[in-house]
Write a protein that binds this ligand. Structure first.
Ligand code: GPK
Length: 826
């Protein structure tokens, strides 16, 4: 049992370069039916994945056995999204087999990087929320916590973005077209999920009356299991993603009616449920199919948990001892009435007992403050799709409001404000309220966010139940976002402080003294320069974008949303250009900058798509403007995803975190950049606040309104036009857009943006413009002193250990879950 090259525990058999190569060839022949000589790259990738996967299976099964035997409490993470990123590299890291695999492939005349390069990442999420779920399951496994991630196996993940004339076009993400070697389908463990129909009263065995739901249709939920290996441990947890399949019962009805075509069509309708990830980030559309997705996956998950992870004779009154269901935003909240239905209707528990069990089993994480992001489902739709669940929600609400009225007699306004069922603009269920009422704990995702959640969005609820509210600041996995993505920095850290930091990230503190070490700083700069080079090479082949790597790398990557204010970044670029045009600045005095954007817009989000078009239009002009002498460039590679992030983040000097204060719940990209030695230019929003506090004012470019200031300006009546009128440089930039300078002289092209900025500017771009420009001027000055810049960058790395998702998970364990590690011993 030896894998000599690694500190990790070896897999279940001795592995050598030649035994690895043998297994690889065997996979090729006997799993895929091809010879090495005839294998395509896809065949080779599949065989390699199959080989590596094989080394995790024994540990996975041992983990499951141990967790069952110890009857441990299990964290069941319910999330509609998991933005996993490439799997092969992560599996190689977890098994410690990377260099062995490399050697084995080389011995066969093959190249590991080449094969890694063809993997299509499973993009089963939109952005931060989905990526957070992926980081969390990594940390849960690493910390040996019994956990299962439940979600949806979308056949099409987040769309592939392309640009057509600078405008976003969406292509389907066909990530499964060649199959996935990482999944284990289990049609044998399918769960039936009902929809529609009616409810009726029936007499049960004891002569009592019970409600029974009689659905009009049903769909089969087929689980696909993925292994989630921990780092530096034997533990391998499970991610179980559900895929919809038509049931026999479902088509039989129609077949019997003799309508063959209708039967086949019905099958498609059923299987549509897991067809595609909704591409709206933070702005749900309230579509019927989306509610179906939500119910589909949580109903399957709860039944799966109760019937497969618990013993047959388990008394469900003890459920909270064995599980904590974590609701990742409101998407899985329909799980609450579903558990009540199972307990009351199917298992015959008293309502009050079932309610106690339910409340003790669920916890809710909120990821937003935007009112338009809080999901509501119309009573009409719920009643049609899930009639029994609507009845249960009504009863929960009745009891809850009775409590509110008892606590605040005569305060009918309050009762109406707090009602789970809103009356206006239509009768609808407020899912965040339902989650809050039915959960033990409610948490926000950064200190400021949790505070605003408690004191504003859910203030009535925190008044009633102050102890229910808590914070868990987000984190990111250092395995993927440092160790894998930044091997150069990882080696430098290893050499300085040893290898222990990878699962004990606070140890990065030990790097602090190295910030004062000139040779360490030089080595740090060398790593950064290599990462820039690597990124520049990638963009040349991936996108045909030619850049110099000898520049300040200024990066803004995240979903395109007005509140995140990509517009502010664009105005900075335009202002620099305008200053040079007007002779206020000499091109020769510019700090060479490459401004990189990466952003997808929700396909139906008009303004976001206009901003994408504007960025591309400005890029076209600026990148070729002779006046700028090539010292200011915009790169906007299409289809930003985890794969690209892993190459881009390590190359960044400057991290743009410039949302309007009080709008970004946390941000997690901000953490990745700081950990990779970029300095942040940012507002006091989300987790920026905590980054700023930790890295220190000298190592962070702070600017902009604070949340209370935003509130004051807004209360007084914000007038963006007054900022435009008072600020010549702002006027210059906006006028340049309006003049058609970026649209071939056409003044109408970006009119939607210009008039929105001048008349509405909901996210106060204009109010923060001057402060942002001044902060950017400070960036230029600071960058000129490379020694001081490196010192600040190293301190960012050294002081950001707090942002490991391992720490987030420990906080969840202490404050919310109260589950314990169950390490697998071999
Ligand atoms: C929040 F509400 C939502 C959503 O629908 N999708 C999503 O990605 C993000 N988020 C927040 O916008 C980020 O601030 C936060 O870091 C991330 O969730 C994870 O908590």
């Amino acid at each position: 049992m030896r894998v000599t090259e690694t500190t990790q525990e070896p897999p279940s058999s001795p592995v050598t370069v030649s035994s690895f190569a043998d297994e690889f060839v065997r996979q090729l022949r006997y799993e895929q039916g091809v010879d090495l000589n005839f294998a395509t790259k896809d065949n080779l990738y599949q065989a390699l994945a199959g080989t590596v996967r094989g080394f995790m299976i024994d540990n996975w099964l041992a983990t499951l056995r141990t967790q069952q035997a110890t009857e441990s409490k299990i964290v069941a993470y319910l999330s509609a999204e998991y933005l996993l990123g490439p799997q092969l590299e992560n599996a190689l890291l977890a098994t410690g087999l990377e260099s062995l695999a490399r050697g084995a492939l080389t011995s066969l005349g093959l190249d590991l990087d080449d094969l890694e390069g063809i993997e299509i990442e499973p993009g089963l999420g939109n952005g931060g929320l989905g990526r957070l779920a992926a980081c969390f399951i990594d940390s849960l496994a690493t910390l040996n916590i019994p956990a299962v991630g439940y979600g949806i196996r979308y056949e099409y993940g987040i769309f592939r973005q392309t640009f057509v004339d600078g405008r976003q076009a969406e292509q389907p993400d066909t990530w499964l077209s060649k199959g996935s070697p990482w999944e284990f389908p289990h049609p044998d463990m399918a769960v039936e999920v009902g929809f529609g129909g009616y409810t009726e009263q029936v007499t049960d065995e004891t002569g009592g009356s019970r409600t029974r739901w009689v659905p009009s249709e049903s769909v089969s939920a087929v689980p696909y299991n993925y292994m989630v290996p921990g780092y530096g441990t034997h533990n391998v947890n499970t991610l179980r993603l559900w895929s919809a399949k038509a049931t026999n019962a479902f088509d039989l009805q129609i077949f019997n009616s003799g309508d063959y075509e209708a039967a086949v069509r019905a099958q498609t309708v059923a299987e549509n449920i897991s067809k595609v990830l909704y591409p709206e980030d933070s702005t749900p559309q309230g579509k019927e199919l989306r509610l179906k997705q939500q119910y589909f996956f949580v109903a399957a998950s709860i039944t799966d948990f109760i019937t497969r992870l618990l013993p047959d004779d388990f008394a469900l009154t003890n459920l909270p001892d064995r599980v904590t269901f974590q609701l990742n935003d409101t998407h899985p909240v329909i799980a609450i009435p579903e558990l009540m239905r199972i307990l009351v209707d199917e298992r015959g528990l008293d309502w009050d007992v079932a309610w106690d069990v339910t409340r003790a089993s669920f916890n809710y994480t909120c990821h937003t403050l935007l009112p338009e992001a809080l999901e509501v489902w119309s009573v009409e739709l719920l009643g049609r799709l899930l009639p029994r669940h609507l009845e249960i929600i009504y009863r929960i609400n009745e009891q809850f409001l009775a409590g509110v009225r008892a606590a605040f007699p005569g305060d009918e306004l309050r009762a109406r404000r707090m009602s789970i069922v809103q009356e206006q603009p239509e009768r609808a269920v407020r899912m965040a309220f339902l989650a809050t009422v039915a959960s033990s704990k409610v948490n926000g995702v950064a200190a400021l966010h949790s505070e605003l959640l408690r004191d504003k969005v859910l203030n009535d609820f925190s008044g009633l139940w102050p102890e229910k509210f808590t914070n868990v600041t987000n984190g990111v996995t250092p395995r993927r976002f440092i160790k894998l993505s930044n091997p150069g920095l990882s080696e430098l850290i290893d050499a300085a402080i040893g290898t222990g930091w990878v699962n004990d990230l606070e140890r990065l503190r030990e790097l602090e003294p190295f910030a004062e070490d000139a040779s360490f700083r030089a080595a740090f700069r060398t790593v950064k320069a290599e990462n820039k080079k690597r990124f520049v090479d990638l963009l040349a082949t991936r996108d045909g974008i030619e850049l110099s790597s000898d520049a300040l790398f200024d990066v803004m990557v995240k979903r395109l949303h007005e509140y995140k204010r990509q517009m502010l970044k664009v105005l900075h670029v335009i202002t620099t250009y305008d200053r040079v045009l007007k002779g206020e600045l000499r091109a020769a005095d510019l700090t060479p900058r490459v401004v990189t954007f990466g952003a997808k817009a929700a396909p139906g989000y008009r303004m976001a798509k206009e901003i994408i078009a504007l960025i591309n239009a400005v890029a076209k002009v600026v990148n070729t403007a002779p006046e700028l002498e090539g010292r200011l460039r915009i790169a906007f590679p299409a289809n930003y995803n985890v794969t690209l992030a892993e190459k881009l983040i390590p190359a960044a000097d400057l991290s743009e975190q410039i949302s309007l204060a009080g709008k970004e719940a946390s941000g997690t990209g901000n953490m990745k950049f700081a950990l990779n030695g970029a300095l942040t230019i940012g507002t006091l929003d989300g987790a920026n606040v905590e980054i700023y506090d930790l890295v220190g004012a000298d190592n962070f470019f702070l600017f902009g309104l604070t949340e209370p200031e935003v509130q004051d300006i807004s209360d007084a009546g914000y007038r963006p036009g007054s900022y435009y009128e008072a600020n010549a440089s702002l006027r210059g930039a906006i006028d340049l857009i309006a003049s058609g300078a970026f649209s071939g002289g056409d003044r109408t092209t970006f009119q939607m943006i210009v008039s929105d900025l001048l008349d509405k500017d909901r996210f106060m771009v204009l109010a923060d413009y001057q402060a942002y420009i001044e902060a950017q001027d400070k960036v230029d000055v600071a960058y000129a002193d490379q020694e001081a810049w490196s010192r600040a960058a190293i301190l960012n790395v050294a002081r950001s250990g707090f942002f490991s998702s391992d720490r987030s998970i420990r906080d969840y364990l202490d404050r919310i879950w109260h589950a314990s590690p169950v390490p697998v011993v071999k």
